[in-house]
Write a protein that binds this ligand. Structure first.
Ligand SMILES: *Cc1c(COP(=O)(O)O)cnc(C)c1O
Length: 406
């Protein structure tokens, strides 16, 4: 007899609960900048200061961004109405792709519905069985899944270890190869050693691909991201991904590359061909957001000031954070129950911080993933630090976080 699916999922759910890994969605009924009205199980709302969003520059509610979206929606409609290659490719998409390419100094940019699908598209279109893809162990799930779906050989190296990357490339010398890394790591907040990785890719003739979901808009001159911040360009990093749903406050993603690469993706990537184009109103919102991100240096400066304030305040209070200079500031908790208890204690004090647990992070690596935004005020950061101090004392926290598991 076949094993029953319903029994299996029941057992898996019970196991997740026992391990403190169950997850549930919270309903946000209103947003006002970094403040969210969050509903509890009874449907009662409570305003919380959000310290877990990816809206790093506070662009998602900017007037120019929402106005562009409304204008385009009222003229052009809500939906994408077709795939890009049939009838969905709109002048708004074209304008956004041009603006993005100009921003990063890349020959071409190609829009996708999301970062997750863009990663699937890149690897499926470029790699095939027999090829090699070398990746950082802490890479985003979409990069790992993309390599698996492409059917290539996937080799992973220890986090941020450029020598490890080189060793993995050397160990499989024959096939066509890609080296792929997050620019800013989504759960750790640190930046990949891009210059050393670029060198490893070059000497091993591998195509270097940087997924800069969390770096774009935030790092580098004009917010051009982690690659530009490392003083690298298209010569060293021929393929880059940026997402529009994080610092740009909108939705979607873009792949940067030369004419041949982008044309190949547009004609052959199944997650590009067989899906509806991004709605033009969203592309218009992204275009307005990119223009703001390019010129509003004060947003990056304000964010950098808040990051510095948070890190220094945490150090004074003996709260040990993972080493990160980005807007992602993880407080390692180790076990799941402790991360959940800390998050709950923060919520009673009016703060929303997500407890990130395995399998999103390695076993024993549960953490509070605290994210800062240009929309926060100094006082928000100071009050969060006080709340963190009280919460960790109440929970009997170790003041020195456990070592990050390898
Ligand atoms: C969020 C994220 C993605 C996925 O992007 P979406 O547009 O949210 O689908 C891909 N890569 C990294 C590193 C991310 O952090």
């Amino acid at each position: 007899m076949r094993p029953r699916l319903d029994e299996r999922i029941q057992a898996q759910r019970a196991e997740r609960i026992a391990l403190g890994r169950s997850r549930e969605r919270r309903i946000v009924s209103r947003r006002d900048g970094v403040r969210c009205l969050v509903l509890d199980a009874h449907g009662d709302g409570r305003w919380l200061v959000n310290f877990c969003s990816n809206d790093y520059l506070g662009l998602s509610q900017q007037f120019a961004v929402t106005e562009a979206m409304q204008d385009t929606a009222s003229r052009e409609g809500a939906g994408g109405i077709g795939s890009h290659l049939v009838c969905g490719h709109h002048a708004t998409h074209d304008a956004l792709e041009r603006e993005l390419a100009d921003w990063l100094g890349a020959p071409r940019a190609l829009l996708f519905g999301s970062g997750f699908t863009a990663n699937l598209a890149v690897m499926q279109a470029l790699l095939r069985p027999g090829d090699l893809c070398v990746q950082d162990k802490a890479n985003h799930a979409s990069l790992i899944d993309a390599a698996r779906l492409a059917g290539c050989t996937l080799r992973r190296y220890p986090h941020a270890d450029a020598d490890g990357a080189l060793r993995q490339l050397r160990s499989v010398p024959e096939p066509t190869a890609m080296l792929a890394t997050d620019g800013v790591f989504s759960m750790d907040g640190d930046v990949a050693p891009l210059r050393r990785l670029a060198l490893a890719a070059r000497v091993q003739q591998a195509t270097f691909y940087v997924d800069d979901a969390h770096g774009i808009g935030v790092l580098g001159p004009e917010g051009r991201g982690s690659v530009a911040a490392a003083q690298l360009g298209v010569a060293e990093v021929p393929l880059q991904l940026a997402t529009l749903g994080k610092a740009l406050g909108s939705y979607g993603a873009v792949v940067f590359g030369d004419d041949a690469l982008v044309a190949h993706l547009a004609e052959t990537a199944r997650p590009y061909l067989y899906t509806t184009a991004l709605p033009p109103p969203l592309a218009a919102a992204s275009l307005a957001a990119v223009r703001l991100a390019r010129k509003d240096h004060w947003r990056r400066e304000k964010l950098a000031g808040l990051i510095d304030r948070f890190k220094r305040g945490a150090a004074r209070r003996g709260l040990s954070l993972l080493p990160s200079d980005s807007a992602i500031q993880p407080l390692l908790c180790g076990d799941n129950a402790r991360a959940l208890a800390l998050a709950a204690a923060l919520e009673t004090r009016g703060f929303w911080v997500a407890a990130i647990r395995p399998p999103t992070v390695p076993e024993g690596g549960a953490r509070l993933r605290i994210t800062l935004s240009a929309g926060h005020a100094d006082a928000d950061v100071d009050r969060l630090l006080d709340a963190l101090t009280h919460a960790s004392e109440a929970i009997g926290a170790q003041r020195h976080a456990p070592a990050l598991p390898a």
